[in-house]
Structure formats: structure tokens, C-alpha cells
Ligand binder design. Structure first.
Ligand SMILES: [Mg+2]
Length: 342
């Protein structure tokens, strides 16, 4: 951990799509939810791009190929090419290729996205532990992946083969609720074998490195909805981030965030890309944003003033993060957030 940590969100005079050259956008909970585009996503992304910002889509989901993801985005009204999509399958394929010779046989537990990414790096995907693999690559296999695939991984990993996971997200959102994600499948193999995989996906450095290599971004802005993947990945990569509240993170979780989970900016949705961000100022332990002042008095979060609800949240972030220092603010925020309708 660095000596310095963020105690309040930053302001920006320039619109974010002018202050940064490339948006590294998470997909689920940011651009779409299940089969539908998130409110204001299509128009905001189109305007950000017209304003000169490069848009890249960064997903921990290794199931689909970048071409398939780009096609889905285009159908939703967000025109994208395969080269605009970076997946954890690509990041794990590079991680494997850095350690194994070209032509190495890799047992694939996962989907077409992973096979395609391995071939792209000169590796040879195989389907059985009996096909003489020299490594195992595990990515999300979709809801219909048979249990036997995990057994296949287990046989090979138990023999001592190096084991790689695209990502370790425990859950994956679906139209019917929260389903087990690749991290849950990785846990099955870990419990059965006692082995530890090397992991590529957000928030770890291989994914950030893949993203920067593929986009050539010089001033990237990570845009995400999850503190422990998107925002922590930006923190680990030393780049700025925008949290949007259209996905899994609510205002109370944001206030409780430890330093590595604290975004540079917070906004309601992707319209935040098109505007500047208000200054959040601190005087002693009173933090101000817009018409609001927030502080902690007698172990209680206090919010005074009036104005936009997002400005109130930014002021509260300042008060809660200052109070928490390097830790997590455990104060109950229900009352002040209710006042903001958040
Ligand atoms: Mg997400």
C-alpha cells in the first residue's frame, strides 16, 4: 500500500471525456444488465466518442469471444469492433504464453472465448487430461458446462500441471438472479486438489496490462460498477476511476470502502463521462461539495445543507473516508443516505 490514500473524490473542471483519452469500461452493470442496455448508456457513450474519447470494453467474462461481445454491443446500439473488447481470456492467454513455449498444449475448461485467445498466442487448446496437456486454463463455461469438465481439470491439476484461471469472480449476474461464476468453479478444483491457480482477471495486474497493451491508452479512465474488481483494478494499476451506481455497488458500500476500493469519481450513470466533476473540499474534518457539508460528530455521520443528491454523496464520501483513514468506515449511513434518496 502506498503512503497516500484518497480521503475524498476528486473534482475535474474538464468533462471526463476530455480529461482522459480512453475509457476502459466494464460491461455488466455499466453498459448492459443481462440483455438490456443500461439507462443513458447508449446516448452517453455515443456522445463521449463523438467528443474524441476512445472507448474500450474490459470484461472478466472469458466465455465469449471479443467478436461476439462486440456484436452484442452493436445490437444494443453501442457500435463496437472486436478490437475494442478486452477479455480475461486474452489476459490469461498472455500470462500462459509468457511461461510456456509456443505450440504448448493447454487443457481448456471453459468456452470459445478462451480457446480463441489461446490460439491467438500460439498455444494449442486440448479437451482432455489424456491429451498430454502441459497446463490447465480455466474460464467461465456458461450455465450448461457439465460437472465432468471440473473433473477433467481436477485430474490434470492433481498431476501437478500449472493451473491458470481467467478470473475468480464468485458470482455472475443472470436474468434470473445471481449464479455461480468462474471463481466458484475454481474453488471446486482448489478444494479437490489443494492447488493454487495463477489468476489474470480484474483486479489483478495481468488484466490491466493486457488492456493498456491493446488500447495504447495514455490517460485511461477505468469505469466500473464493482469496487473489488473494477475500482481495485484501477487502484492496482495506478490509474483514475469512475464508479457508476447502475450496477452492484450501492452508496452505503461506497462510504465503507477501504482505500483500494475508493474511486476517483462517483456518478449516477454514464452521463458522468460528459460532464466535469464538482470540487470536494475539506476544512478540518468538514467536507463540502455543492451545497452540502458532511462530517463525523460523536461517532455519527452528519449531513447539512441542500443540493443535488450526488453532491451530498461526494461530501459524505469525504467525511467517511477521512474518518476511516486506511480502514473501512463502519458508521451507519442509513439515515443520511435516506435524506439523499440513495
Ligand atoms: Mg460490472
Amino acid at each position: 500500500m502506498s503512503q497516500q490514500y484518497r480521503t475524498r473524490p476528486l473534482g475535474s473542471r474538464a468533462a471526463l471525456n476530455e480529461a482522459y483519452d480512453t475509457a476502459l469500461l466494464d460491461l455488466d452493470g455499466v453498459v448492459y444488465a443481462g440483455g438490456h442496455a443500461i439507462v443513458h448508456a447508449v446516448g452517453s457513450l455515443s456522445a463521449a466518442r463523438d467528443g474524441g474519447m476512445r472507448l474500450a470494453y474490459v470484461t472478466n467474462n472469458a466465455l465469449r469471444t471479443p467478436a461476439a461481445v462486440a456484436e452484442h454491443l452493436t445490437e444494443l446500439g453501442v457500435p463496437a469492433e472486436a478490437a475494442d473488447v478486452i477479455t480475461s481470456a486474452q489476459a490469461v492467454a498472455r500470462l500462459i504464453a509468457d511461461q510456456l513455449p509456443s505450440g504448448a498444449r493447454v487443457l481448456v475448461i471453459g468456452g470459445e472465448g478462451l480457446r480463441t485467445a489461446l490460439r491467438e498466442r500460439g498455444l494449442v487448446p486440448v479437451e482432455s487430461a489424456d491429451d498430454e496437456p502441459v497446463a490447465v486454463a480455466q474460464g467461465y463455461g456458461g450455465p450448461d458446462m457439465p460437472w465432468g469438465r471440473l473433473a477433467e481439470a481436477g485430474y490434470a491439476v492433481a498431476r501437478g500441471l500449472p493451473w491458470f484461471a481467467s478470473n475468480t469472480d464468485l458470482t455472475i449476474p443472470s436474468a434470473r438472479g445471481i449464479a455461480p461464476g468462474n471463481g466458484a468453479a475454481v474453488e471446486v478444483v482448489r478444494i479437490a486438489t489443494g492447488a493454487e491457480p495463477q489468476v489474470a482477471g480484474k483486479p489483478l495486474p495481468p488484466m490491466h496490462r493486457e488492456t493498456v497493451l491493446r488500447t495504447g491508452a495514455e490517460r485511461p479512465l477505468v469505469v466500473g460498477d464493482r469496487l473489488d474488481t473494477d475500482i481495485e483494478g484501477a487502484f492496482n494499476g495506478g490509474v483514475d476511476s469512475l464508479l457508476v451506481l447502475t450496477g452492484v455497488t450501492d452508496a452505503a458500500q461506497l462510504l465503507a470502502a477501504e482505500p483500494r476500493y475508493r474511486p476517483t469519481y462517483v456518478d449516477r450513470d454514464l452521463r458522468g463521462l460528459l460532464t466535469g466533476q464538482p470540487e470536494v473540499t475539506a476544512e478540518g474534518d468538514v467536507v463540502r461539495c455543492g451545497g452540502w457539508s458532511a462530517s463525523v460528530r460523536r461517532e455519527e455521520l452528519v449531513l447539512e445543507g441542500q443540493g443535488g443528491e450526488l453532491d451530498g454523496l461526494r461530501a459524505l464520501c469525504g467525511a467517511a473516508w477521512t474518518y476511516a483513514g486506511e480502514g473501512s468506515c463502519g458508521l451507519d449511513a442509513a439515515k443520511v443516505l435516506a435524506r439523499l434518496g440513495l
